[in-house]
Design a protein around this ligand. Structure first.
Ligand SMILES: NC(=O)C1=CN([C@@H]2O[C@H](COP(=O)(O)OP(=O)(O)OC[C@H]3O[C@@H](n4cnc5c(N)ncnc54)[C@H](O)[C@@H]3O)[C@@H](O)[C@H]2O)C=CC1
Ligand SMILES: N[C@@H](CC=O)C(=O)O
Ligand code: NA
Length: 820
């Protein structure tokens, strides 16, 4: 025979799905009749039958509704597919079967008990009904089909509910049966069989796959097609990993590993007879029949990836048995696993360190209490003697298995796996690798499962592209400009940096929006307005943490003074922070230190290059000098773009207020320009630099010489402030004139020397290095042990939307490069 097809319950579950099944069979039938088809019961019917059985065994309960539901579903199929003239005969046959079913249930009801044997007889109606219906439909369509009750050809022992096939008896029965019906398409009931006495038995988990496999092997078919409701076996569970894709071909051993760890599509053990005969299995989608699906065979896959797939078991408990008495004592593990086997406790994974001091293994959490009791009893003597210290059981865990024959040929697979998890703060509780090198398993906390699966999937299948999840808080001047810059660089970043930035959340002071699948960058502001909820920063951050997405970055582009209190929690949740907002780094020193230490300990990034000199490489340069062992003697500079601009532009005869308005309009000032004119902004910057070089200074240690009249300083609002500034024009003219009279210019200079910070307005002559300035330029001079005679000077535009946003952007990219 050419091949055998098998359709599962969802394929036989509805009018629409049966339509597809019929089309697939008819299309196969066009070229030849040399094939057979195995069917499961209509989806849900087996469960209904079992439910009816349980109900029937109870006094005073009725199963009528359940039976009617089953009957109606089958009648609907008949009415839809069979012409009225042909219906009565088919309906009559279904009625006969349903009456037989009623009799079985009556029997159960009489003795008030359902044994595995009766249960098998009961559930057999599911496959008998579904297969008969499809047989009747195809027969009416004129296809050369015959109905095969598998009980006539598959013989098993009498272990009801999971019977074992007697191949010696079965194989000749199968060949003889199909030989007699040669030239016709056999339609076979899946799952069911019979014992030597002719009593109905069933084949257990993966039953209908097994039917196909047994028949396929007996007939020596060229291929077995398993038709299901997904596009074959996937690289990961698509419900958890959106980017999962179909594995085109997979070895039998790999498929076994993946299903052991939860991948459901097929159950390879049930295909053992076919594999023994080297018959490839193709997994296909009834609802997408033209898709090639997955071929499972003995061949190595030749996959372009190091691994073939990832699967997981969501709920797991880890048992740890430890004690010095286990070292070198032969037989502890032998005893342990004998006990577990005796108690029929299945062990998912085992890991033992070579010190032999402890042994740990994973089990289904539902049996953890039983395991504890059993072990405490079995190892009571060892525990009294102190050889075993205790039995520790940890719950709320999951296990992920990374599977692939290709791992044997590659070094560094576990390194890659562990470092990708580490970089995302996912703690590995235990690991195990079989010596076959086909599978590396990691036990992690359940809360991290989805994140871990996505991280691993990206690492091995999309290693050329790393997706960063960006949460942008503050969509003002800098935030908006940042979005525009990202849009412009998307292509470059993907191609040359291997980075994709997915905007997953955005907020301003009015609205906030989070979308796990990402927010289109060029629509972000519109969507924020349209679909956003009222801003609630705490709620926004709670959601970010709950989403727990890999490679997450929180960009604080606000000037908010409290937002930084959230950074600590973000770091603890392994989310990096990038910010031009200076408040965190210039707040109380203890908090500052705690933030930096936490970020370091958690392995996340806290980047803030734009805190000083906007996009100018001030912080990075300083950190590089410190890291390479240089010592700072003095830092001096013009650190305010706004004040630089004011003293470069303002001349007697001009309006100081107008120049300040121009600075604001050009995006140089803080959202509140009082911060600039009061010297606060400069003070924050020099304080940040002092901390970078290791000084534990507080804001109160800084002396700021005032440059504006008290009335300006006391202005309660920004508008009132501008009014006061306008009134103070003479004051500013006098300052400038006094300086000009000496042939000098005014510069607002911050200086850090001998652990002291001073800030004030200086009048400097042409010989001074800060004399020559332009626009909103900043200048920073580092005098160090190495740059001693002539300082290292960084100079250039130190404020403005473009240069600031680009500094923030560069920080984000640098995190991407670190993760990639
Ligand atoms: N303009 C410049 O040249 C430079 C600016 N910076 C810093 O960049 C930051 C942003 O400045 P701009 O964009 O000019 O300010 P902006 O006022 O234009 O934008 C701030 C944004 O933050 C939002 N926001 C404020 N509080 C919020 C909250 N609690 N929750 C959510 N959103 C909130 C506002 O709605 C607005 O969208 C400031 O910290 C500033 O010091 C740093 C270096 C240079
Ligand atoms: N307002 C600031 C902007 C940069 O931090 C300045 O004027 O320098
Ligand atoms: Na900078």
């Amino acid at each position: 025979m050419e091949k055998i097809l098998k359709f599962g319950g969802t394929s036989c579950g509805s009018i629409e799905s049966i339509q597809s099944v019929l089309a697939i069979i008819e299309s196969n039938g066009k070229s030849s009749s040399d094939f057979a088809v195995v069917f499961s019961a209509m989806s849900g019917v087996t469960n209904h039958l079992l439910e009816a059985g349980t109900l029937a065994a109870q006094p005073k309960s009725t199963v009528n509704t359940l039976i009617e539901t089953i009957e109606t579903r089958h009648f609907e199929v008949i009415k839809h597919f069979i012409p009225v003239t042909g219906q009565s005969q088919v309906i009559a046959h279904v009625r006969t079967l349903v009456n037989e079913l009623r009799d079985v249930l009556k029997g159960i009801n009489l003795i008030k008990e359902i044994s595995p044997k009766t249960s098998d007889a009961l559930v057999s109606f599911g496959e008998r009904l579904s297969t008969y219906l499809i047989f009747a439909i195809l027969q009416q369509k004129g296809l050369p089909v015959f109905y095969v009750d598998a009980r006539e050809i598959i013989k098993t022992n009498s272990t009801f509910s999971h019977s074992e096939v007697d191949f010696e008896v079965t194989n000749p029965l199968i060949t003889a049966y199909f030989e007699t019906n040669k030239g016709k398409i056999g339609l076979v009931t899946g799952f069911i069989a019979s014992n030597a006495k002719g009593e109905t038995t069933t084949l257990g988990r993966g039953g209908s796959d097994y039917t196909a496999s047994v028949i396929g092997a007996a007939l020596g078919v060229k291929e077995i097609e398993i038709w299901t409701d997904v596009d074959g076996m996937m690289t990961a569970d698509p419900r958890k990993v959106k980017s999962a894709f179909t594995i085109p071909s997979i070895s039998y051993a790999e498929a076994m590993e993946l299903t052991h760890f939860g991948a459901k599509v097929i159950y390879p053990p049930s295909l053992q007879p076919a594999f023994a005969k080297n018959i490839p299995i193709r997994v296909l989608n009834t609802f997408n029949p033209s898709f090639a699906g997955t071929v499972v065979s003995k061949e190595l896959t030749g996959s372009p990836y190091i691994i073939t797939g990832i699967s997981s078991i969501d709920q797991l408990a880890l048992v740890n048995l430890q004690g010095s008495g286990m070292i070198g004592v032969a037989g502890v593990s032998a005893k342990l696993f004998t006990v577990l086997a005796r108690e029929k406790i299945s062990v998912v994974l085992i890991s033992q360190a070579s010190s032999e001091h402890s042994i740990c293994f994973a089990i289904d959490p539902s049996v953890s209490d039983k395991v504890r009791k059993v072990l405490e009893k079995e190892f009571a003597a060892e525990m009294v003697a102190g050889d075993i210290e205790g039995i520790d059981i940890q719950k709320e865990l999951s296990v992920i298995a990374v599977v692939g024959e290709g791992m044997r040929k590659h070094t560094g697979v576990s390194g890659k796996l562990f470092s990708s998890l580490g970089k995302n703060g996912i703690n590995i509780v235990a690991t195990a690798q079989g010596s076959s090198e086909l599978n590396i398993s990691v036990v992690i906390e359940k809360k991290d499962l989805s994140k871990a699966l996505n991280v691993i999937h990206e690492t091995f299948f999309f290693s050329q592209i790393k997706t960063l999840h960006l949460y942008l808080v503050g969509a003002g001047l800098i935030g908006k400009t940042l979005l525009e810059q990202i849009i412009g660089q998307e292509h470059y970043l993907a191609k040359y940096k291997g980075i994709k930035i997915r905007l997953t959340g955005i907020a301003n002071s009015r609205k906030q929006l989070i979308k796990e699948e990402g927010i289109e960058l060029d629509q972000a502001l519109r969507l924020l307005d349209l679909d956003g909820d009222t801003t609630d920063l705490a709620g926004f951050i709670t959601k970010i943490k709950a989403l727990n997405l890999p490679n997450s970055i929180f960009a604080d582009c606000t000037a908010n003074k409290e937002i930084y209190t959230n950074y600590l929690g973000l770091f603890q949740s392994n989310i990096s922070v990038v910010t031009p907002n200076k408040v965190a780094n210039s707040g109380p020193y203890d908090l500052y230190a705690q933030l930096h230490q936490t970020a370091l300990a958690k392995g996340v990034k806290f980047l803030y290059e734009t805190n000083v000199g906007a996009g100018l490489p001030v912080i990075n340069t300083l950190q590089g000098l410190i890291a390479s062992g240089d010592r700072f003697e003095k830092i001096e500079g013009i650190l305010s773009g706004t004040l630089s601009f004011l003293f470069n532009q303002f001349k007697p005869g001009k309006s100081f207020g107008e120049v300040l308005r121009a600075a604001k309009q050009k995006g140089y000032t803080e959202p509140d320009p009082r911060e600039d004119l009061s010297g606060m902004d400069v003070a924050r910057k020099i304080l940040i630099l002092s901390r970078e070089i290791g000084l534990k200074l507080e804001f109160s240690d800084i002396t700021i010489e005032k440059i504006i009249p008290t009335a300006c300083e006391a202005a309660p609002t920004v508008d009132a402030f501008f009014e006061e500034i306008d009134k103070a024009n003479d004051f500013f003219e006098k300052l400038v004139n006094d300086s000009a009279a000496k042939g000098e210019v005014l510069r607002y200079i911050a200086c850090l020397e001998d652990q002291k910070i001073t800030i004030g307005l200086r009048s400097v002559g042409p010989a001074h290095p800060f004399y020559q300035m332009d626009g909103a330029d900043n200048v920073i001079a580092f005098t160090t042990k190495r740059y001693h005679d002539r300082p290292l000077v960084i100079k250039g535009p130190g404020a403005g939307a473009e240069v600031t946003a680009s500094g923030v952007f560069a920080d984000i990219v640098s995190i991407g490069s670190h993760l990639a």
